[in-house]
Design a protein around this ligand. Structure first.
Ligand code: MOS
Length: 714
């Protein structure tokens, strides 16, 4: 039949209308299988053994006793493991973190370093044996402490220049009517997704197959093929449902260990990280110490701006939390200097964690702006409007859309900002001091080459296939809406298949670029398919399939500053007797491109804002100086905002359709957290009159802070 496209003119666009997740019912009923739940015949289970010292060498492993334990099949360690190739640059332009290249040598660079994998018939037997494995170490002294003046700090910044500068900073500050000079710190933070990292590896007819939970199957195929010196075509990675990623789910020790064991034993092997192991092996956000210096005229216009940040990384891999980079986008000044530096310490390698750089960087910069507003006696919203740059402050490039001012105007209107008394400690509610605060948000907007296929079936339905990852964002559902509009059919006629590297290369769910990149490819394939079907050809039983590739289109975009923007508003109540801070309400207004699915988009923004509350008030990983390991490495010891901490949160957006993107998308993945912690901290100042420059704003910090004490002024 040829009925596939008979539904023509009547199609009402579905992009921009709310839809529940396609797989939502499967998830809540348990029908959706996560990586560690997929059954395999003959499955063996691997359990990682992690180092208990922070620095040194493995002297011996007492494997004989463990090999004799019930069900134990093998113990892999540096003496018998496959040799891996680590001399390559992966899909994201980075070299592999040697932490993933497990068991290649006897050195231990941090506590929680993988030293062995015990494989057994059952998970319980593997765990029992792994816990019984005695490892002897030659221990060396370790250094885990990040200090602003660490002698080992060096400038580095990933892809950008680590240090940018124009104009004479000292002269600019000296000539400024108002100066802010403050140091801000953020702690080590962890992004443990609800679903732990899990992978099953097996060889099947000469192909390596990995069932995984990750943010991009194309990425993981590339890394595994490189590490094991395999033809990428001989590797298939599937990752259908992912219970959260936040930057932590790339290639990690467990997948590599599972592949090693499956190769050795020639049977499927599953390795799952425990919650505790995730605190060492899943990556995290480095603590930062940031210094911001601002100089302005009496009108609040910036004359001088300096933002310097220092973060840490491991001794084995360079990862930088580029917190000072946000100032290169947000504000201009004749004298404008930014610098990111890093120190190598005996700690696990940090990684991308939701809004890497922007999240801690916006805390420091947007808190400093609030301090400047106070000193200038200017409303903090007005101060930001006065400092809107014409072009990229460092790049000099034009902005491809910068609707920050519109976000502030709309946000201020809806939040009731106009009535605000700028002076601190003016409002109370019983024992609570009340305050409001605001901050700006930005996050880069981009797209990366992807391929997709769209297939028309004889029964009038369609299948879209793309190696996308839905890490909880609702990407799968969004892609169905994009395909529906391109094909001009209702979304229920479309099946969306994702998370399989056999669908061809595609961008990862990362950098807030996933849905935009994949939509571009899906729209291209589906649009071309519709054109072909319009010619009236018969649809054979195997269907008609069109494949798209966006490499050329995306490569031809002219250089510009491309970002999403937002304005965050928070109201807090502070109890001066207990030091408790409670967020009462929050509002975020975003200019983040066309919103494909308002239902899941709101969820995505709010999730980021909630994380901002958590960052402002709760999250802090503590590392024990003596052992070098994390204290309380679980979700009881690591405090995150829970339901009772989260008040009424409203996230909304202004029309900001991106003319450069086929669907108008910019990307909304990460911007929700940016500026959120600063808005809360600025509100705490407004409530109490005290600046908190170190996160989280714990009750003890509120109580011990210097400044106005006791009851509110009468
Ligand atoms: Mo995101 S930190 O790019 O997963």
């Amino acid at each position: 039949m040829t009925a596939a496209t008979t539904e023509t003119a009547a199609h009402a666009p579905v992009v921009g209308t709310g839809h529940t997740r396609i797989e939502g019912r499967d998830k809540v009923t348990g029908a959706a299988r996560y990586a560690a739940e997929v059954p395999f015949a003959g499955l063996a289970h691997g359990w990682l053994v992690l180092s208990t010292v922070a620095r040194g060498r493995i002297r011996a492993l007492d494997t004989d006793r463990v090999l004799a334990m019930p069900g134990v099949l093998a113990v892999l360690d540096h003496r018998n493991a496959l040799r891996l190739t680590t001399d390559y640059t992966g899909l994201l332009g980075t070299r592999p973190d040697p932490t993933c290249a497990v068991f290649q040598h006897d050195r231990v660079p941090h506590l929680g370093w993988p030293v062995a994998l015990v494989v057994a018939e059952t998970s319980e037997q593997a765990r029992e044996a792994a816990e019984a494995l005695v490892v002897h170490y030659e221990q060396e002294p370790h250094d885990i402490e990040l200090t602003a003046e660490h002698p080992g700090a060096y400038p580095v910044d990933g892809h950008m220049p680590a240090v940018t500068g124009k104009g004479d900073l000292e002269a600019g500050l000296a000539a400024s009517a108002v100066v802010v000079d403050a140091e801000y710190t953020t702690p080590e933070e962890h992004h443990n997704p609800m679903e732990p990292h899990a992978a099953t590896a097996r060889w099947d007819g000469g192909r390596l197959e990995v069932i995984d939970s990750n943010q991009g199957v194309t990425w993981v195929v590339g890394e595994l093929a490189n590490l094991f010196s395999l033809d990428p075509a001989a590797v298939r990675v599937r990752s259908e449902h992912v219970g959260g990623g936040f930057g932590s789910k790339g290639v990690r020790a467990h997948q590599v260990a599972a592949v090693m064991a499956a190769t050795l034993l020639q049977r499927p092997v599953r390795v799952v990280l425990t919650r505790r192991q995730m605190f060492s092996l899943a990556g995290y956000r480095s603590p930062t110490t940031q210094r911001v210096r601002l100089g302005a005229g009496p009108d609040g216009r910036l004359v001088a701006l300096e933002h310097r940040s220092i973060s840490l990384t491991s001794t084995v891999h360079e990862f930088v939390e580029p917190s000072a980079a946000v100032a290169r986008v947000m504000y201009d000044a004749d004298a404008h200097h930014t610098a990111n530096r890093v120190v190598r310490l005996d700690v696990p390698t940090p990684t991308w964690m939701r809004a890497p750089g922007e999240a801690p960087g916006s805390f420091a910069l947007e808190a400093a702006l609030d301090e400047l507003a106070e000193k200038c006696g200017i409303d903090p919203v007005e101060l930001r409007l006065r400092n809107e740059p014409e072009r990229g402050p460092v790049s000099g490039l034009p902005f491809a859309g910068r609707n920050l001012a519109a976000c502030f105007r709309e946000g201020a209107r809806r939040f009731g900002w106009a009535d605000r008394d700028r002076r601190p400690r003016q409002r109370r509610d019983g024992r609570w001091l009340l305050g409001t605060g605001t901050a700006a948000a930005s996050f880069p907007s981009g797209a990366a080459p992807s391929t997709a296929t769209a297939t028309a079936h004889p029964d009038g339905t369609f299948t879209v296939r793309i190696s996308a990852a839905d890490i909880g964002t609702g990407a799968r559902t969004a892609l169905g809406l994009v395909a529906a509009d391109a094909l001009q059919v209702p979304p229920d006629r479309i099946r969306v298949r994702i998370g399989d590297s056999d669908f061809g290369p595609a961008m990862i769910a990362g950098g807030s670029m996933g849905t935009r990149s994949w939509s571009w490819a899906v729209k291209a394939a589906a649009g071309e398919l519709r054109e072909r079907l319009a010619l009236g050809a018969d649809i054979p039983p195997e269907g008609v399939t069109v494949r798209s590739d966006t490499t050329e289109a995306i490569g031809s975009l002219a250089p510009a500053e491309r970002h999403s923007f937002g304005a965050q508003f928070a109201e807090v109540a502070v109890d001066p007797a207990t030091g408790e801070v409670r967020v009462r309400r929050m509002l975020g207004i975003f200019a983040a491109g066309r919103i494909v699915n308002p239902l899941t988009a709101r969820n995505q923004f709010r999730g980021g804002m909630i994380w901002g509350i958590s960052m402002a008030l709760h999250e802090e990983a503590v590392r024990d100086r003596a052992s070098g390991g994390p204290v309380g490495a679980d979700l009881a010891g690591y405090h995150v905002a829970t339901h009772a901490d989260v008040p009424h949160i409203e996230a909304d957006w202004i029309d900001d359709t991106d003319p450069e993107d086929p669907v108008g998308i910019k990307g909304i993945g990460e911007i929700g957290i940016v500026g959120a912690a600063a808005a809360v901290a600025n509100a705490v100042w407004h409530a109490t009159g005290v600046r908190h420059r170190s996160l989280p704003i714990r009750p003890d910090r509120v109580l011990s802070a210097p400044g106005p004490a006791g009851a509110p002024d009468a």
